[in-house]
Write a protein that binds this ligand. Structure first.
Ligand code: GCB
Length: 650
């Protein structure tokens, strides 16, 4: 929740400036190659929040026309980072409306003078709505805070003698019933209680609405005829790995494509030509999840080389994509990876940490993956929005399986089921699938978390959304995460896997751990009897303040968290022999939320603190996860059980 003086039009109006662009082109991660260069723009940017009453001063005075420092005072703002927690000004922490970022960049001469070079500005994510100008010229607009967008700025940077350019990005964090996630602005009109123009941002989700340039911003180059997108799907025929590829090219219709697949030693194992085809890899190494196999996460490299002749001479482009060969399938009671039953023993996460908020941070990322592997977690769900691309890359590399979730969290108002909302949700799924389709780690899409799926329009909404996601990617199952009653859930008939959240002896029957086993068993039985689909316990947990101890256990103590988990595990151990295919603890780490009487400086259901230190429950889960892994892992000869020699692999 945030406060500030502004009128309705001020906060919501700018969102009508432009509507989300229809999806055009690919969104390949910008990798360096002999034909591609990168210039990272991380570091300090100039920053100003528009505190004017109507929040429109920046547009009225056209702050993008001249350097930001000329239109008023600026702050130094780190990128990537949320802007909320880096300052000492309380007004900025809960600010709602437009903030302005600016950075001047000096470009290599070749980029500005070689007309055969295409220069692209790429923004990893800007929460929530962003408008971008380069040298005062509008180049892009994007709605949605968790996915990348880009703009071809070649013409602008190549049109004059300047070797520098000025990038201005205005970002609005306002959430409305039609944004994802949705929210509402509540205007308080009683002037005996609130100042004139007073409003708050309300949301229906349980994490702080951090905002700003959360992920890397960079400029990169390609030739003007370039590889725009690649789509990979993989399969197996006996021992032969199958890699189906499609390459999309922009800039010309006349070109040649060569495709080579290299193994981890750099040896070419298959090759092809043309924009589409199938590579066959005899005795292929499969991409296996962490702890399931002695050699997990095997990655090949797909090298794509484009050549073309132009009036100005030959052009070539080169892109290398990591590829894991694996299959995913779902039966009535199993989740199969490479034809073998896979059991998710993992976590739900958040992008969240002290000071940087949701800002991307390498040390934090590496620490989190080290903790995941220490824990013996083989999977996580990107609750409740898509995570940074670099996170997905590490999942591929380490074999951490991902349920990739859209920002469809807190869809509880009838208005948020309108056609406008649905249209936006469909576009977000297009952007998400476009970005993450080639990650072997991603084994399922989750279109939403805990929507009010009992409301009448939910049936049509989820039917359409899930069908569209399957059209976009027929190779993966689709789910959404529910906390509805099994009988009332209008979306459940359309999912492939039932993901259910429950908080027995926490949000009801508080303190009564003795009811957990009965209630959880009933939950599983009812869902399974009704739908005959595999079930994942996609959230369970207890609020725990690190260092609070009480025995016999009381709520909020470390002992209560452990006791509650143990009760769940007793039932999970029975039901995983039948149709339960996974358990994901809520949550990996404590995280920040809006202020409320239910939250003591954020949500404390982490098994690690926000600073990534273990609570007692982390050790309990660690023991369980390694035991589960030991039951489901095998080596090349099919021998079950983890051997210590595997653990030094990566
Ligand atoms: C849930 C939500 C999650 C919350 C969690 C809680 O069901 O999916 O976003 O943080 O419960 O702790 O209440």
């Amino acid at each position: 929740m945030a406060r500030g003086p502004a009128g309705a039009a001020a906060v919501l109006g700018p969102l009508l400036w432009g509507c989300a662009l229809a999806l055009q082109g690919g969104m390949l991660y910008p990798r360096e190659s002999p034909s591609r260069e990168r210039k990272e723009l991380d570091g300090l940017w100039s920053f100003r929040a528009d505190f004017s009453d109507n929040r429109r001063q920046g547009f009225e005075q056209q702050w993008y026309r001249t350097p930001l420092r000329e239109s008023g005072p600026t702050l130094d703002m780190p990128v990537p980072s949320s802007f909320n927690d880096v300052g000492q000004d309380g007004r900025l922490r809960g600010f709602v409306g437009w903030v302005w970022y600016e950075r001047e960049v000096t470009l290599p001469q070749r980029w500005t003078q070689d007309l055969g070079t295409r220069v692209v500005l790429r923004i990893g994510s800007a929460h929530y709505y962003a408008i971008v100008w380069v040298n005062g010229v509008h180049v892009a607009e994007h709605e949605g805070g968790h996915l990348p967008f880009e703009a071809d700025v070649s013409k602008l940077v190549q049109s004059g003698p300047l070797s520098s350019c000025r990038i201005t990005i205005a970002i609005n964090n306002t959430l409305t019933p039609h944004t994802l996630p949705p929210g509402t602005i509540l205007y308080q009109k009683d002037t005996s209680k609130y100042p004139k123009g007073y409003f708050v941002q309300n949301t229906h989700f349980d994490f702080f609405n951090y905002a700003g340039l959360h992920r890397p911003v960079l400029l990169y180059t390609t030739p003007t005829i370039y590889i725009d997108d690649i789509t990979i799907t993989t399969g197996m025929d006996q021992n032969t790995g199958l890699v189906n590829y499609k390459v999309f090219v922009q800039g010309s219709e006349h070109f040649q494509l060569e495709v080579r697949l290299l193994d981890e030693e750099g040896k070419v194992v298959a090759q092809g030509t043309g924009g589409q085809g199938q590579l066959q890899v005899p005795s292929a190494y499969l991409w296996w999840p962490y702890l399931m196999h002695e050699h997990p996460a095997y990655l090949y490299s797909l090298e794509v080389r484009l050549t073309a002749q132009t009036a100005a001479g030959p052009v070539s482009d080169f892109y290398a994509l990591p590829v894991g060969i694996r299959t995913v399938a779902v039966t009535e009671n199993q989740f199969l990876i490479n034809g073998k039953p896979f059991y998710f023993h993992g976590v739900n996460k958040h992008e969240d940490a002290d000071i940087r908020g949701k800002g991307f941070d390498w040390p934090l990322l590496v620490k989190d993956f080290n903790l995941l592997r220490w824990l013996g977690a083989n999977s996580f769900r990107t609750s409740h929005y898509p995570y940074a691309e670099e996170v997905m890359q590490l999942c591929d590399r380490y074999g951490i399986v991902v349920i990739d979730e859209s920002p469809g969290v807190g869809i509880v108002l009838t208005q948020s089921y309108s056609n406008v909302s649905l249209q936006h949700h469909l576009e977000v799924m297009e952007e998400l699938v476009r970005r993450d389709k080639n990650h072997p780690a991603v084994v399922m899409w989750s279109v939403a978390n805990e929507p009010a799926s009992y409301l009448k329009p939910a049936g049509y909404y989820f039917k359409t959304l899930i069908a569209h996601t399957k059209d976009l990617d027929p190779s993966r199952p689709v789910t959404f995460v529910t906390n509805s009653n099994y009988e009332a859930d209008l979306g459940a008939p359309y999912v492939d896997v039932i993901c259910v959240n429950s908080y027995y002896s926490w949000y009801h029957d508080y303190g009564h751990m003795e009811v957990i086993q009965l209630q959880l068993a009933t939950q599983f039985e009812k869902w399974y009897r009704t739908y005959q689909k595999p079930i994942i316990q996609s959230e369970y947990g207890a609020e725990t303040i690190a260092g609070f101890h009480q025995d016999p256990p009381l709520m909020f103590s470390e002992e209560y968290q452990k006791g509650l988990l143990e009760q769940y595990h007793l039932v999970l151990d029975q039901k995983r022999k039948e149709y339960v295919v996974g358990e994901l603890i809520w949550n990996f780490a404590d995280f920040m939320t809006d202020q409320s009487p239910q939250r003591a400086m954020g949500n404390k259901k982490g098994i690690f603190t926000r600073q990534r230190q273990p609570k007692g429950a982390a050790f309990l889960l660690r023991e369980r996860y390694w035991k589960l892994a030991n039951e489901t892992s095998f080596d090349r000869n099919g021998k079950m059980g983890i051997k210590t020699c595997w653990l030094h692999h990566k």
